[in-house]
Write a protein that binds this ligand. Structure first.
Ligand SMILES: [Fe+2]
Ligand SMILES: [Fe+2]
Length: 309
């Protein structure tokens, strides 16, 4: 079997591999040399940063918080890609003979994630060079990977599918953003989006392969584990929000009052939830895959999604 057959009628390994090979950018195209972060501009689309509604902050403070959120974004994507990489390799490994397009498409996927990990690290180096204060981030990546990868592979594949579709949405939001985002950060979101478009398709195929032959009870249990992983990540995001608050106060020299702090926590907890959980859980293509697995799985996720929006 060497043909990249249409696996689910929509996506095929052959077409995905061909698309990936066309995209294939280099890190140097995006950051380094004269491509520097411009700290006079925001990094994150407002739909994700949600700083504008915090009317007790002035324009400089809003931009600083936006940039701190940008740094956390780089770190959180680094974290999640560190569990995606071994997972995709483990999924490819048992079937290295057989469908040549499948093997090549999955190895290309893994190689791109390794490149993305590198890309996010390069951006963080640039951030550290240009930002006055050290910004704490959650981790370490190995501990988070160990926790996530300890779950049922179908639950992990659903988590990864959620992340791939979420990345699609992040770039589209940055395009819609009418403010002047830093060009390098925007380019990061764009180039990531270009490769993640293939990953989302391959991940759909991974989910379908892992669900094959499972009983309804087993699928229900795996969806429950996907929700558990979401809960675990939500705990990490809460911690990250506290780190961001601390970095904000140090970077701006502003000590928030109790009521300002309360508002900050409320708005930014929800902003983080939307960025990393809501955007994936409510993505129509993610929901379509859930529905295909089990209509009640879609309903279950739709029921809890408003908490993360
Ligand atoms: Fe990626
Ligand atoms: Fe990806």
């Amino acid at each position: 079997m060497t043909k990249g057959r249409e696996v689910n009628g929509r996506y095929s390994y052959q077409a995905t591999l061909a698309a990936a090979q066309k995209v294939n950018w280099q890190i140097e195209d995006i950051i380094g040399g004269d491509k520097r972060l411009d700290f006079s501009k925001p990094f994150m689309p407002e739909s994700l940063a949600r700083v504008e509604g915090m009317d007790f902050l002035n324009a400089d403070e809003k931009r600083t918080l936006n940039q701190i959120r940008g740094n956390a974004y780089l770190s959180i994507f680094g974290l999640v890609e560190e569990f995606i990489l071994p997972f995709v390799m483990d999924h490819a490994r048992p079937q290295l003979q057989g469908d040549d397009y499948r093997v090549r498409a999955l190895l290309q996927f893994a190689s791109e994630e390794a490149k993305h990990i590198h890309l996010f690290k390069r951006f963080r180096e640039e951030f550290e060079r240009g930002f006055d204060q050290a910004c704490a981030v959650i981790g370490p990546p190995e501990a988070i990977a160990k926790e996530v990868l300890g779950h049922d592979p179908l639950a992990v594949a659903l988590t990864i599918l959620h992340i791939e579709w979420m990345t699609q949405r992040h770039y589209l939001d940055s395009v819609k953003d009418d403010r002047q985002l830093d060009p390098q950060f925007k380019s990061l979101l764009k180039h990531h989006w270009m490769e993640e478009a293939q990953h989302a398709k391959l991940d759909t195929l991974m989910v379908e392969a892992l669900a094959e032959g499972r009983s309804q009870e087993e699928i229900e249990k795996a969806v429950g584990e996907y929700i558990e992983i979401g809960g675990f990540l939500d705990g990490g995001l809460k911690q990250q929000m506290e780190f961001d608050l601390d970095a904000f106060e140090r970077a701006t020299g502003r000590k928030l009052t109790a009521s300002e702090r309360e508002k900050f926590v409320e708005v930014q907890t929800q902003a983080n939830r939307w960025t990393y959980l809501g955007t994936g859980m409510t993505h129509p293509n993610f929901l379509a895959t859930l529905e295909q697995l089990q209509p009640s799985a879609r309903e279950r996720v739709e029921q809890i999604a408003p908490v993360f929006c």
